[in-house]
Design a protein around this ligand. Structure first.
Ligand code: NAD
Ligand code: LMR
Length: 335
């Protein structure tokens, strides 16, 4: 069979921690497919260019069969030229004791600039995932400054939270990770997010049962489980003195793979996307919803899930935090 044409993929923050794990997955074919040749553009800031050269040397030395070209640069216009996919990782990470929104003023301007440059340089079909924090609001700003690219092409990463939630449930029940399905992350990638297992299932000895039936402890689900997932990023920072990187890179790859290839039959996944008003969430906010994705890469928000009073309160609390972040971000970007 004839070889596919290469796709052009940009990773920003390419000299940083997350990129170091992410680039391997992308170049190895674990994200876009093992028959999909890749041209990589790698963006970082000018002082990091010597470090980035080292990363490029390592990419060469990995001898990846699918990697056709690597373009390291500190110029957004070069990095975004005609790209099909953008993984916007480059931003300051938080340190111990900070909330992710504390990064807002420092990071949001990066996404204003990159939104403008994507608008001017990327393909109009580009799929963008924002990883740099505060991820939802950075994605909102990026989209705002890229008006010629459809809103549905912008997303932010909440797959890490979903993976964390699945791991907690699998560990509690004593099953493998793939036995846990349809765990949802609603809202912000922050400590107000709502990890929701009320529509999820666990496969026990081949039969899918509701998570609550498998866990048999509603108090744990409503308290310790939710708090553990909400605080997992902070727990990793406390332990590593650095923010999560290997797991963040894995989740970024998972997010993009599902977005390009589709979600498995009968399963949904969570993505921060521009709200269309579903579930009463203000249109325009970048909010994490459960979605299914078809083979052509089009996502649809899962509709009709029952929302009880407990869930409603949590979904609204995280939406309110996002509204406040949006107001602050728009102020920061207005000068
Ligand atoms: P890092 O400090 O190791 O790397 C960040 C890189 O971004 C650095 O090389 C830096 O020079 C570069 N950078 C800074 N400004 C840039 C710009 N304008 N353009 C291009 N590159 C730029 O940090 P990291 O651990 O890789 O984390 C990156 C971001 O991802 C942080 O904001 C972190 O909080 C966030 N993060 C998000 C999630 C998530 O689930 N959404 C998970 C983990 C980390
Ligand atoms: C994470 O969830 O690990 C990242 O968002 C890093 C952080 O600041 O928590």
């Amino acid at each position: 069979m004839a070889e596919k044409d290469p796709i052009k993929v940009c990773v920003t923050g390419a000299a940083g921690q997350i990129a170091y794990s992410l680039l391997y997955q992308v170049a190895k074919g674990q994200v876009f497919g093992d028959d999909q040749p890749i041209i990589l553009t790698l963006l970082d800031i000018p002082p990091m260019m010597p470090v980035l050269q080292g990363v490029v040397m390592e990419l060469d030395d990995c001898a990846f069969s699918l990697l056709r070209e690597v373009i390291p640069t500190s110029d957004e216009a070069v990095a975004f030229k005609d790209i099909d996919a953008a993984m916007l990782v480059g931003a300051m990470p938080r340190r111990e004791g900070m909330e992710r929104k504390d990064l807002l003023a420092a990071n949001v301007k990066i996404f204003k600039s990159q939104g403008k440059s994507l608008d001017a340089n990327a393909k109009k079909t580009v799929k963008v995932v924002v990883v740099g924090n505060p991820a939802n609001t950075n994605a909102l700003i990026c989209k705002k400054y890229a008006p010629s690219i459809p809103a549905e092409n912008f997303s932010c990463l909440t797959r890490l939270d979903q993976n964390r939630a699945k791991a907690q449930i699998a560990g509690r029940v004593g099953v493998t990770i793939d036995s846990v399905k349809n765990v949802i992350i609603w809202g912000n990638h922050s400590s107000t997010q709502f990890p929701d297992v009320s529509h999820g299932t666990v496969s026990v000895k081949g039969t899918a049962v509701p998570v609550s039936e498998a866990v048999k402890d509603d108090n744990w689900i409503k308290n310790e489980f939710i708090k553990t997932v909400q605080q997992r990023g902070a727990a990793v920072i406390k332990a590593r003195k650095l923010s999560s990187a290997m797991s963040a890179a894995k989740a970024t790859g998972d997010h993009m793979r599902d977005w390009f290839k589709g979600t498995p039959q009968g399963e949904y996944t969570s993505m921060g996307i521009v709200s269309d008003g579903s579930y009463g969430i203000e249109a325009g906010l970048v909010y994490s919803f459960p979605v299914t994705i078809d083979k052509s890469g089009k996502y649809t928000i899962v509709q009709g899930l029952e929302v009880d009073t407990f869930a409603r309160e949590k979904m609204d609390a995280t939406a309110n935090e996002l509204k406040q972040e949006m107001t602050t971000a728009l102020e920061v970007c207005s000068d």
